[in-house]
Design a protein around this ligand. Structure first.
Ligand code: NAG
Ligand code: NAG
Ligand code: NAG
Length: 354
């Protein structure tokens, strides 16, 4: 999601839908399970033009597959040359946590991972092109990183102070991050004790670009927070579930860290959108550039075939019981799908019928 103006949309299902689901399942004496049990005839939640339409019984092939989605190219640049991601680790991060996140980022271009793979997921992002017909880059790697261990701008950040954190990272006296407006992405990751404006209530992450008046350059960046302490049921769903849903059990996360495993899908979401809409003038749907609906927004909460509404779609289960949907370099991850512009629905490498 980009956040030029104000953004909404937590990863967990909205309260109204969850209540409906719960009531329905009580009526049917079924315990709602999220994740491993498909429920193709459950209530489907369709949002068109901001209005809600609950439609029972009919199972759509893919939620979000709709003639109302008009994803358009607005002539701006996209990331067609080798992408370098610069993580900024804000606050307190364990080595093991950094390894999971780096492992995911490096998996994007690792074409020899087992199917279904993270690089297979990125193939859908590569389908997007610019004015010259050049595709999104196949190659993404992790570049120089910056640690901001001592919370340079405090433990409570606003949208604007996030830009100041990035400014500190690119202007630091020692080991500043390189300035790379053409193919660099600046990924600000905040530890689980950092509050960020709108975190948990409305957003789990967002992307935008820095203002020359604050940072000195226009740099595409994203912020993603570790929700483990503040709101795992919202931002690390389905590895944690919201307290307001009775009888709903979380699924086991693939890398043993609920907060970080939950961040992976949000990081993937933001990077897919940064690649296709880095300056918020390229690929998005909707009439208002202040509230663009981008390629990952369209598929939020969908991780497998049949996904949509409150159902995540069919995922995979590892031998240790962990739930995931794609393989990376020696690790598994659960990552939401993205919009496929060729077929006009959400797709991912673990699709059963493609
Ligand atoms: C969506 O909103 C636009 C503008 O408000 C309106 O013209 C259009 O008919 C709406 N479409 C649907 C499906 O409600
Ligand atoms: C882009 O990445 C590929 C694959 O790692 C590499 O072979 C190529 O030299 C890189 N190109 C540039 C311009 O750095
Ligand atoms: C580039 O994009 C076009 C148009 O979506 C697509 O047909 C083609 O397969 C893409 N190429 C790669 C390498 O993804």
């Amino acid at each position: 999601m980009s956040q030029g103006c104000v953004r909404r949309n937590p990863a967990a299902p909205p309260l109204l839908m969850v209540l409906t689901l719960t009531i329905l399942s009580l009526l049917l004496f079924i315990q709602p399970t999220i994740g491993s049990t498909p429920w193709p005839h459950g209530p489907h939640h369709h949002v068109i033009n901001g209005t809600t339409d609950l439609n029972f019984g009919s199972s759509k092939k893919y939620e979000g597959s709709s003639e109302f989605v008009h994803l358009r190219y607005h002539m701006g640049p996209v990331l067609t040359s080798n992408i370098t991601v610069h993580p900024i680790w804000y606050g307190t991060w364990q080595k093991s946590q950094k390894k999971i996140i780096r492992g995911f980022l490096n998996s994007i271009s690792a074409v020899d991972s087992k199917h279904p793979s993270v690089s297979g997921w990125w193939k859908t992002v590569q389908l997007y092109t610019d004015q010259t017909g050049a595709n999104i880059s196949r190659t993404l790697h992790v570049g120089e990183e910056k640690n901001d261990r001592f919370y340079s701008h405090g433990k409570s950040l606003t949208r604007l102070s996030i830009q100041s954190v990035i400014k500190s990272a690119v202007t630091a006296r020692t080991h500043p991050l390189p300035i790379n407006p053409k193919s660099g992405l600046y990924l600000l990751l905040t530890s689980d004790d950092v509050h960020v404006q709108d975190f948990c209530g409305q957003v789990c992450g967002f992307h935008y670009f820095t203002f020359p008046s604050i940072v000195g350059y226009t740099l595409p960046y994203a912020w993603v927070g570790n929700s483990a302490k503040l709101c795992p049921g919202v931002c690390a769903y389905p590895f944690a579930v919201p307290a307001y849903i009775p009888n709903l059990k979380p699924v086991k996360s693939p890398n043993g860290d609920v907060g970080v495993d939950g961040m992976i899908s949000v990081i993937a979401h933001e990077i897919a959108e940064l690649a296709t809409n880095p300056l918020v003038n390229a690929w998005y749907a909707g009439p208002d550039p202040c509230f663009p609906t981008e390629i990952a927004d369209l598929c939020e909460g969908i991780y497998g075939t049949g996904g949509g509404g409150s159902y995540t779609g069919q995922m995979l289960k590892a031998r240790d019981g962990a739930t995931y949907n794609m393989n990376g370099i020696r690790r598994r991850f659960l990552v939401q799908w993205v919009w496929n512009p060729i077929v006009s629905y959400c797709s991912g490498p673990n699709a059963l019928d493609q």
